[in-house]
Ligand binder design. Sequence first.
Ligand code: GTP
Ligand code: MG
Length: 594
Amino acid sequence: MDDDYDDYDDYEDEEESERLYSYDRNSLSANYYTYLTDSGRNSPTPPAPPSSNTAPSYYPPVSTAAPTTGPASAVPSSIVRNLTAPSLQQQQKPSKNPNSRPSTPQAGSNLNTPKRTQQVKNLQTEAASPSGSRVSSEVDLSTFRRNQLQNIAKATSVPRKAVKPRAVEKDLINLIVVGHVDAGKSTLMGHLLHDLEVVDTRTIDKFRHEAARNGKASFAYAWVLDETEEERERGVTMDIGRTSFETTNHRIVLLDAPGHKDFISNMITGTSQADAAILVINATTGEFETGFENGGQTKEHALLLRSLGVTQLVVAVNKLDTVDWSMDRFEEIRNNLTVFLTRQAGFSKPKFVPVSGFTGENLVKRMDLRWYDGPCLVELIDSFKAQAPQSDGPLRIGISDVLKVSSNQLVVSGKIESGEVEKDDKVYIMPSVTAATVKECANNDGWEHCFAGDFILLTLQGTFEPESVQAGSVIVRSGPDTLIPAKKFEVRLVVFEIATPIIKGAKSELYSHSLCMPCTFTKLIHTINKSNGEVLKQRPRFLAKGSTAVVEIETEHDVAIEAFTSCRAFGRVTFRSGGNTIAAGIVEKVITPQ
Ligand code: GTP
Ligand code: MG
């Protein structure tokens, strides 16, 4: 591997490499901001193409094959409608503030009870964009706080009542839909929701009518998930669209990711919450190639899925109506992608399904196609396996949005990754070590005792300093299982297709759950042979594209992440630089100051 870079001695020229990798918040985020500013808004030209990601497989292959499904005709009688369908029309993503950190919209989702929708509406109008900074809370722990942390960790855990998770009829699966820009992700899922009767025909007709007035009639189904005015005007998803539906065996929380490279941080945030994924491919002549080759997002999205621990994958080969349902085209795409997905991204036996999100074939009803008699899309979704929720583990709630702040009250939304929480619980918010009491707490279905896997809205009482709680903060309890924030971590990562190798001292931006923080590669510890895990080289001078390595990183401020073995969600990290994802991996060790 290093041999490939023998003639890269120039990279010893640290100045040059450091310049390329140095973190400059403005330049780093330039594309993002330009895209959002008025001048950039109408620019039809997307930003510079990303590097393609042809990193070899990092993880041992796992079976992603969705089990074969039931009887041939079966349009699952099964498919059950969303319980709160009518409110879908009313929901709106929070408006996108160019200065605010991209985050996952959760408030106002149709998952909310009417009471909560009302509450959130009020909060949204009151909230003065508390998460105003793109980078997560800039907290450096003082000696006082460090001592406080030690006491928190030493405290004996408050015994919890025996955990009796709600009896749920169906497991929950968080499903992310990814793929190159314009692959038809939102249209596909909007049409599916309509066919499942989660969205009624009147709503679609209304969208079609309104979209036609803006010359965008073909986006009617996409409007189900593209809720903001700007997304609809531009015809581009900018933030994760979220809704829910049910299949025979599962409750599905659907996360519709943006495909445009400028919004990849939102895609990463969504992916870090996902258990399974649909990769949407545009089969139109020339379009699969654009998405798959250099500059396309197909490979980057697939690698990100895998690097962030999503192992279950279905590939929806979409827009087949534009190539007359050609078997040759389907096979060409399947063959090319299978090689990449299995050999380089580490998925094993991904399932492929031919569909048209626009005309609606093979979504909830099997299509009568000469060359395909496999399951339709919803049957494949139904065959995903749910993660066993970690309700009896230590409490970990990743905050993804701060909806309202005052000096003594906070309203936040987030996901419980482990443990359970209810009213009156005493908690701490990391990394700022802020004590709080849970005043109100409810999950998407209005339950007040919430468990691992739930997306929740929490009202917290305490004494809150400005900016001390942000997207990327984590709610924990005291006791030996608490989360100790730190700045230094040992990370095992895979390096993506990058133009310049990573050297010691290189700057980057670290992403984990909803966190985003500048960081530095402080030590390159060793490279690893990805096929057998053996150490290849101690203290390498640089990390070439495709290499797997263990490194030490230091974040600019204390952050709440932990070893992957302690909590999967907070142990997955991604590194970005210059607008591209340069590496991704898992935290092996937290290095806490002595
Ligand atoms: P981003 O979220 O911005 O990445 O786009 P997307 O992947 O969600 O694509 P979207 O659903 O917004 O669709 C883009 C365009 O493709 C719209 O004009 C759709 O009508 C069109 N489209 C989507 N699916 C199909 C399809 O199956 N057939 C045809 N002919 N057009 C489609
Ligand atoms: Mg979209």
